[in-house]
Design a protein around this ligand. Structure first.
Ligand code: LLP
Length: 443
């Protein structure tokens, strides 16, 4: 399978990413290690921007930081002219700490707390994507208390089902998110939203799913949202200045995946927008998108050290690495598939079929089933590709395993952007109450 971004196999037969030899990275930073190809992240950001520039539309590309939210990534997003989508006080805090301009931050979520709304209002973020009536009322109230008017989009479920894994489809009618277009609740919400004195309605938002490889779903969503916008203008005299069509652009995890080039997704969206709005003589709204996975996914590689193996003759050979579902829960959660190679012997020919196990006390902790590799030895370095999105972001301390470090590599330089967790950090929030310390029951 082709390597991603700046990755190559160097003359030592080692995987090299961003000009850095993976074996050297392992000796400097240890394993497991998340490595991010900074040039590839920047390339993706530019591809989105250029595709929109070619369309002539007004636009914002908001990086969905849920895919990978760390301060260094927010800085890159800022430098590349992206906006930022956050879904919690933690992601908002990360962005603000990184100096990300608040006006380019959009706040999502189906149950934002009062404290989160207050924090975001206080920071003067650019837009709230309001999910339900409860939030509409609450946000208006909280904005009034701060003497502010909040820009809002309403999240709509357009009833478009993207062809993707069930767990990550969110555009269908049966969804915990948003106002339904089909049953009239979207229309009702628009009318109500435009009546609040501390809310300014910019338009609507929809997100039809994730890891999508076709343009049809996006085109259909745009068509439904545009028709809705036109009807709201004609029947209620309410005009939208923004249309947000969400994220969900697919990436290549294994050779089975064939994502479209970024520009094809954007061209299809732009064409649908232009056709639908022009035909109704409607001033074309600004188009916002929210790519997460496609911005950072294939730029990430996780390096592990191989430890124990268990060969069950005639059944399977398990090869265990020093990480697993704690740094990558996606195979266990979504049956996601990954590809990997031996980073220290990348030119050796494949000799055996093995399955890559994690180190957690749980049979479900498997990273890859049936992977072709050279004969694997303890101490080999396994590189698992396309781990940039929803890996560090979803990492846990299950089994009290420490979260790995993250390094950004570029032009032969490697910089830590998240330190490896220490053992002290594992217990730093633990408290043993005084009453437990008084006596010991042990005889
Ligand atoms: N906008 C909204 C409103 C979303 O809910 C999401 C993802 C995105 C944008 C970004 O979607 P992307 O471009 O990354 O596909 N943990 C799952 C993915 C959950 C996606 C949730 N929403 C996974 O690991 O596959």
């Amino acid at each position: 399978m082709d390597l991603h971004g700046t990755s190559i196999i160097n003359d030592k037969g080692h995987l090299q990413i961003g000009g850095c030899d993976a074996v050297d990275l392992v000796s400097r930073f240890g394993t497991p290690l998340y490595v991010v190809d900074e040039a590839l992240v920047r390339l993706r950001a530019r591809q989105f921007n250029e595709a929109f520039q070619a369309s002539g539309l007004k636009y914002q590309v908001a990086y969905a930081s849920k895919a990978f939210s760390v301060m260094a990534m927010c800085v890159i997003a800022e430098q590349e002219g992206l906006s930022l989508d956050v879904v919690s006080d933690g992601e908002l805090y990360t962005a603000l700490q990184a100096g990300f301009p608040a006006q380019r931050i959009h706040f999502h979520g189906n149950n934002k707390t009062i404290a989160e709304l207050d924090m975001a209002l206080h920071a003067d973020i650019g837009c709230f994507v309001v999910d339900n009536y409860y939030e509409l009322e609450l946000l208006n109230e909280r904005a009034a208390l701060q003497g502010k008017t909040a820009n809002i989009l309403l999240r709509i479920t357009p009833g478009v089902e993207a062809h993707t894994h069930d767990y990550i489809s969110t555009g269908q009618a049966d969804s915990k998110f948003g106002f339904d277009l089909g049953n009239g609740s979207a229309e009702d919400a628009i009318i109500r939203a435009s009546g609040y004195s501390h809310l300014s309605l910019l338009g609507v938002h929809s997100h039809i799913g994730s890891q999508i490889f076709e343009v049809e779903g996006f085109k259909l969503a745009v068509e439904k949202l545009s028709q809705f916008a036109i009807r709201m203008r004609d029947q209620h005299d309410i005009a939208f200045t923004v249309l947000n069509v969400g994220g969900g652009f697919g990436i290549r995890y294994t050779a089975e995946d064939s994502p479209l080039p970024v520009k094809e997704y954007i061209a299809a969206i732009a064409d649908a927008v232009i056709t639908n709005f022009n035909s109704a003589k409607y001033d074309i709204p600004e188009i916002w998108i929210e790519p997460g996975r496609s911005m950072v996914g294939d730029a990430g590689t996780t390096l592990y050290t191989v430890g124990s193996t268990k060969d069950i003759p005639g059944v399977r050979k398990y090869v265990a690495v020093d990480g697993g579902m704690t740094d990558n829960p996606r195979p266990a959660l979504y049956q996601s598939k990954y590809h990997a190679i031996l980073a220290n012997r990348a030119t050796d020919s494949n000799e055996e079929t093995v399955s890559i196990a994690g180190k957690c006390c749980e049979s479900g902790d498997m990273l890859i089933w049936d992977l072709e590799l050279p004969k694997v030895n303890a101490g080999d370095v396994l590189a698992v590709f396309s781990t940039g999105a929803y890996n560090y972001a979803m990492a846990s301390n299950y089994n009290r395993i420490r979260r790995p470090a993250v390094v950004f590599v570029k032009d032969g330089e490697a910089d830590v952007v998240v330190e490896r967790e220490s053992l002290q950090q594992i217990t730093c929030n633990d408290v043993v109450p005084a009453r437990l310390q008084k006596t010991s029951l042990a005889k």
